[in-house]
Design a protein around this ligand. Sequence first.
Ligand SMILES: [Zn+2]
Length: 130
Amino acid sequence: MHALACKLAASSATGGPNLAVMSRLQLKHPVVVGVVVLGTAAALLAGFPIVSTAVAAMAAYVILRLGVAMLAGLARPVPEPPPAGELRKVKIAYRCDICGTEVRMTVSPTEEPDPPKHCQEEMRLMTPVE
Ligand SMILES: [Zn+2]
């Protein structure tokens, strides 16, 4: 465990672009610091050597911060659709041959869009493109 922790700490410390992300997250996530501090205190009270405890604390801190950074990346909003000027107004009806659902498409990036899917099948075109 000691060697693994050393390797993790060393490889993470050299990751250039991550440093900016991590320093930005530092102020936002005092919980990570608190968890590491509590874990360090518990390890010292349990009688682990101070050097091993320090290395483990650094590794835990880096791992937790990387995890938080990854979760923050997942939480970013999806890109916006193209501006309204690039979209065409259409009036197309589609029907699902399997369950009978009908939908009408009103705006599309192209005048002949791909049909939407329903029941995992492409819907059938009902009204032609005007
Ligand atoms: Zn359907």
